[in-house]
Design a protein. Structure first.
Lengths: 132, 183
């Protein structure tokens, strides 16, 4: 039985991260340019690996609502996408929503680039005004 | 004398189009505050969002490079986690474009590899830089680089012209390294 969840409050330079195991819902929101990206994203890798090991192929819905991230955060995000894509290849249904502000070409392009690299995840780009 | 001296100093900065310039020990807290001031200034002047994002991104990558790689560091005696890196970051505008310049001391041993990386990026067009970025995103970080390659590629991606850079030898063991990006 998977019951634990991960919830990390956002800071000035790191995103709010929520992983609700019950719903299989993973969300990143805010900005990400911490000094040490591995310290911020490390717990997500651990939680994701545990969820995938214990959840027996249950669906994952992930939402990325990021306004800005630096290059080391981009590497961490790629790492998460690679894990999600291999889980999807092994039969776990995975859907990703990538949110960007309608006039933010940089974040839209990042979304397109990540989406192109994923073969098994259902990837959707969503142009939306940032949540309050 | 005091006012005359510092007025001349400030006028020199103003004439060079400098919005702000920071020189000294740079921390992540300072980086955050300078970044916020930069975004506020550009937003107040109704700079378009794409330009604000590009300038901010180059500023963050350059500043984090200084924090990680500057050879001029102040570490606590106990060898604890407190460590400050020295360098300078300057942002300004000239000919209707923004420029971001960083400068810091690098070890002579690190100079050839940094030069080689930057020359490689200078020789690439936008599509090649984007493809290189995507390729490096999947790579494990090079030993001791702590992610420098991807940071430099991000800077090259946001730049409107190829990155300008220069090294000046300080002594047998070190160089002053400088990089200028226009947007």
């Amino acid at each position: 039985m998977v019951s634990e969840s991960l919830k990390i409050a956002g800071t000035e330079r790191s995103p709010e991260i929520e992983f609700d195991f019950e719903r299989g819902f993973l969300r990143f929101r805010g900005e990400s340019y911490p000094e040490d990206a591995s310290a911020v994203f490390g717990p997500v890798f651990v939680a994701l690996d545990r969820f995938l090991a214990e959840a027996g192929g249950r669906e994952i819905q992930a939402e990325f609502d990021l306004a800005y991230f630096n290059s080391s955060s981009a590497k961490a995000l790629m790492n998460i996408f690679l894990r999600l894509d291999s889980a999807a290849a092994a039969g776990t249904p995975v859907s990703v929503r990538w949110l960007h502000a309608p006039d933010d070409d940089t974040m839209r392009e990042f979304g397109e680039d990540f989406g192109e690299d994923l073969d098994h995840v259902v990837f959707t780009l969503v142009a939306a005004d940032p949540a309050g | 004398m005091l006012a005359k001296y510092y007025r001349a100093f400030k006028e020199d900065l103003d004439q060079r189009g400098i919005i702000f310039s920071f020189s000294g020990y740079l921390s992540e807290g300072i980086l955050y505050s300078l970044g916020e001031a930069l975004r506020q200034k550009m937003t107040l002047e109704e700079t378009d969002i794409g330009t604000v994002k590009k300038v901010f991104s180059v500023f963050i990558e350059q500043s984090q490079n200084i924090i990680r790689y500057s050879a001029e560091k102040l570490a606590s005696d106990s060898g604890g986690p407190i460590e400050l890196s020295s360098g300078m970051v300057t942002i300004g505008s000239e000919n209707n474009r923004f420029f971001i310049v960083c400068g810091n001391v690098v070890l002579a041993n690190d100079e050839p590899r940094l030069r080689e990386r930057l020359e490689r990026l200078q020789g690439m067009d936008k599509d090649q830089i984007k493809a290189y970025y995507k390729e490096q995103l999947r790579e494990a970080p090079e030993e001791a680089s702590r992610g420098a390659t991807i940071g430099l590629i991000e800077i090259a991606r946001r730049a409107s012209d190829p990155i300008e850079f220069d090294f000046e030898r300080i002594d047998p063991d070190s160089f002053f390294f400088c990089m200028k990006v226009s947007i």
